[in-house]
Design a protein around this ligand. Structure first.
Ligand SMILES: C[S@@+](CC[C@H](N)C(=O)[O-])C[C@H]1O[C@@H](n2cnc3c(N)ncnc32)[C@H](O)[C@@H]1O
Length: 334
């Protein structure tokens, strides 16, 4: 991590300022291996492979660490030569294309496909994830002077409250143990006038009946990620000729999804090999996440009301339910 980025971090325990207490490898401008110390409570936090770490190495998001290091670039626009992540990022946030001078907080970055989009605006991007996915994100975005990648927990973020101009959290909330609590953590970090953009899987009464992954997730989420990944890879690639046949039937894409294979032929302009790669990734994603808790539109609307944000909009969108809001000068509720 660059030393010039140290001021973006505080102790997640007591919000005290941090200083560098040890540098084992690095340069005068940046730490590769070392340790940060809280100036108030004395807690120590390691910096490993350039990334400050505020959580234990093993946690409930381990499958995501595996997933994003196995598919580090699959969903990056710069790799797929598409505009899939760009379109979703700007349509879901409705933010301007140029944001120089602003500081954006990304919560739950995964491999960093949206970090790439946010960094492209010219804003300073502080990007947090709970899992080892931060390694994948660092490989692609860590070299950028306007990106700081942090391994931390959204329930105890190592950042200053009321600090960020913008905050986004895509594809994450449903994968946390307490989704409402996770959502309500986010606005605290926005400065007055700051803008929030989130999405969360949608819950419909028929979802648990028709979305077949919910029938077997109780088992698959306990399978070690390496083993489950091999099973998904074999299954998707072995089934691919049949997937293509089924796709041509009426409602074929949904039949394939019911067969647990996430094929996106009608949705995204991907090559045949990319379609397979995305299908393996998302089939694994759907079966491996420890938590998967879709939400109702009315529930998310209620959270936005409770949060005290203003100018809120909550509707169905790219990845389920999308919500946006703005922090007023004085929050009604903290
Ligand atoms: C489905 S991935 C989405 C990644 C990325 N936002 C995207 O859409 O490509 C969900 C991510 O949320 C992260 N996550 C889950 N619980 C978290 C928590 N408590 N704090 C921070 N990140 C968390 C996981 O580690 C994982 O990388």
């Amino acid at each position: 991590m660059r030393l010039e980025h140290l001021h973006y971090l505080v102790c997640p325990g007591c919000s005290g300022d941090l200083s560098v207490s040890q540098t084992e490898a690095g340069s005068p401008e940046s730490i590769e291996t070392g340790q940060l110390k809280c100036n108030s409570c004395g807690n120590l936090y390691p910096v490993l492979r350039h990334i400050p770490r505020f959580v234990p190495e093993k946690n409930y998001a381990a499958s995501f660490g595996f997933e994003w290091n196995r598919h580090p670039n699959t969903q990056y626009d710069s790799y797929s030569k598409t505009q899939i992540s760009e379109t979703r990022f700007f349509e879901a946030t409705r933010w301007a294309r140029r944001l120089e001078g602003q500081v954006i907080l990304e919560v739950g970055s995964g491999g960093g496909r949206f970090t790439e989009q946010a960094a492209g605006t010219g804003a300073m991007v502080v990007s947090l994830d709970y899992s080892q996915a931060v390694e994948a994100n660092y490989r692609f975005n860590g070299h950028k002077a306007n990106v700081l990648i942090v391994q931390g927990d959204l329930y105890a973020m190592p950042f200053r409250k009321k600090f960020f101009d913008k905050l986004f959290c895509f594809g994450v909330l449903q994968h946390t143990p307490d989704v409402q609590k996770a959502f309500l953590c986010l606005p605290l970090f926005l400065k007055p006038g700051g803008q929030l953009a989130i999405d969360v899987y949608k819950r419909k009464w028929w979802r648990y009946l028709l979305v077949t992954r919910y029938w077997i997730r109780w088992l698959t989420r306990h399978i070690p990620p390496e083993t489950l990944y091999k099973m998904c890879d074999k299954y998707v690639r072995g089934m691919w000729p049949l997937v293509n046949f089924i796709h041509r039937l009426p409602g074929g894409m949904y039949i394939n999804w019911a067969l647990l294979i996430r094929e996106y032929r009608d949705l995204y302009p991907l090559t045949e090999e990319q379609l397979k790669e995305w299908a393996v990734l998302d089939t694994f994603d759907g079966l491996s996440a420890y938590y998967d808790k879709p939400q109702k539109l009315s529930t998310v609307q209620q959270w936005f009301e409770e949060s005290g944000l203003i100018n809120t909009e909550v509707h169905y969108g790219h990845n389920g339910i999308e919500g946006r809001g703005e922090k007023p000068a004085e929050m009604k509720k903290k």
